[in-house]
Design a protein. Structure first.
Length: 503
């Protein structure tokens, strides 16, 4: 089962008391955080489903109205670096038929923020554009040719040299062989190629390609765009030095692989910072509907006609975003439904190039009342609309990609057998006013452990990112550490997002 099943088919019957995980081969979760983002830790469910929420639409982070930006700003990278947030993206004015805006070469640009919410373009003064260096261009052309995409990251490899604290991968066209170039920087602003040629050439690359140091795998990981039998798809390669790469082939989506009618444009895969053993991606899903009766009923029909006149798919293709997750970086589950839909905007919407989510999520302070910290993610809007493209911020609850959700009727979720390390069980969960959550801990044979039975379990309700489970007022579970156990979640009108055993 590679996809998140729909809510109607995810209600799995609780037909067996005997766990599928053998007592002599439990999963060792240690003190890592586990998310209900997939079915990896789930043995059975009854009246419980895995539910994916919609990101909450927030402020416009940036409007792209500078001469070197334009209607095609895209391929965003966002990350926190100490007390600063950094953002990289390409500026591109796409030439449309009868457009009054002049086309210009692709440039890589930079923005920064103190809080991840309000963003500014610093005047870097590095490269000239139309006779002035008063701009935020961080990378112009490479040897007179365009760099198509550019995805920087902080290199956490302990062997990384100081002048390569930051690295990036990016596609360079016009120099043969065309392919991905490796870049380095000591300060995230001044960039130089690590080699005077492409370091990887086995792909199509005409999208945002990303690479990073994996602490989990102890190597550099590269995810990049290919065409597999004409379908836009994702491949993976690995490296020990960021210069010499070994191709590993297509990602495995099982029966959820991209098809001609549903292709993946970017991948946006990265280990989730609170659970780095889980990789999360936000590929843009490309769907060309062709000219239909609905084509010109969509927002801004005149813009759409202009795009169709330039290249038909510019006006007939649309993009939204799906969610993909993996435990090994190679085999992925994907959502059936869109993670981010185009939505009910009345202007400059339903465009090819919209709803591309930046690489990757960041944690930010709330902007509403006394809410806790939250996840911010960023997505493109108003693509292909002359000089009016922009970047929208969205938010999610921390760990809130997917929840184990119980409705009004009482439900149960039983985990697979596992061992842990720690003294308390921390829960990220929320209930309604009438909702309840109780946790029973069982042995590997499915028998309730005295002192941790459903009867002993204290009633949990409310909404918290970090609530300690307890049994008759006792939250100490250290006596069970290292022993094969299972957890039985008994709940109604409740969402459980993640859990973690810790000290």
């Amino acid at each position: 089962m590679k996809r998140f099943l729909s809510t109607t088919t995810l209600l799995l019957a609780l037909t067996s008391v005997v766990p599928s995980s053998a007592a002599d081969n439990p999963i060792d979760v240690g003190s890592r955080r586990e998310l209900f983002i997939d079915n990896f830790m789930i043995d059975s469910m009854k009246n419980v489903e895995l539910k994916m929420p919609e990101p909450v639409r927030r402020n416009i982070a940036l409007n792209f109205d500078k001469p070197w930006e334009g209607c095609g700003c895209n391929y965003f990278t966002v990350f926190q670096d100490g007390d600063k947030f950094r953002m990289y993206y390409h500026g591109w004015q796409i030439r449309l038929k009868d457009s009054t805006y002049p086309q210009h070469p692709l440039v890589m640009t930079y923005a920064e923020s103190k809080d991840g919410i309000e963003w500014t373009r610093p005047n870097l003064g590095l490269f000239e554009f139309q006779g002035s260096k008063d701009n935020n261009i961080v990378l112009p052309d490479i040897k007179g040719t365009e760099c198509h995409d550019f995805a920087p990251f902080i290199d956490l490899n302990p062997k990384a040299e100081p002048d390569a604290k930051y690295k990036a991968i990016g596609t360079v066209y016009g120099i043969k062989p065309a392919g991905l170039w490796a870049f380095k920087s000591p300060d995230a602003i001044h960039w130089t190629p690590m080699k005077d040629a492409a370091v990887y050439t086995q792909g199509a690359f005409d999208t945002q390609n990303i690479a990073f140091w994996s602490e989990h795998e102890q190597k550099y990981i590269l995810y990049y765009r290919v065409f597999a039998e004409g379908v836009r798809h994702i491949e993976r390669a690995v490296s020990d030095d960021f210069l010499n790469w070994t191709r590993e082939g297509l990602l495995d989506f099982g029966d959820g692989a991209p098809t001609m009618t549903e292709q993946f444009y970017v991948n946006q895969i990265k280990p989730y910072y609170r659970a780095p053993h889980i990789s999360i991606g936000f590929p843009a899903r490309y769907v060309d509907r062709g000219l239909t009766a609905s084509t010109y009923e969509l927002p801004e029909p005149e813009y759409r006609k202009q795009r169709v006149a330039t290249t038909p798919r510019y006006g007939t293709a649309f993009t939204d975003t799906v969610l993909i997750t993996s435990r090994d970086g190679k085999k992925f589950q994907r959502s059936n439904d869109a993670f981010l839909r185009p939505g009910l905007r009345t202007k400059n919407n339903w465009s090819y190039g919209d709803n591309y989510i930046a690489w990757h999520v960041i944690e930010t302070a709330p902007t509403d009342d006394d809410m806790p910290r939250e996840l911010s993610l960023f997505a493109t809007e108003s693509y292909f609309t002359e000089n009016n493209s922009r970047l929208r911020r969205y938010t999610l609850r921390i760990d809130g990609f997917v929840s184990a959700h119980a409705k009004h009727d009482l439900g149960e979720l039983i985990t697979k057998t596992f061992t842990f390390a720690g003294k308390r069980l921390s829960l990220n969960f929320g209930t309604s006013a009438a909702g309840v959550l109780k946790i029973e801990i069982q042995d590997a044979d499915g028998k309730p452990i005295p002192g941790f039975t459903e009867t002993d379990a204290d009633l949990l309700y409310g909404d918290s990112l970090d609530r300690t489970a307890s049994w008759k007022g006792n939250g100490d579970v250290s006596s069970l550490a290292g022993k094969p156990i299972r957890m039985r979640f008994v709940m109604n009108e409740t969402d459980v997002y993640s859990w973690k055993f810790e000290n």
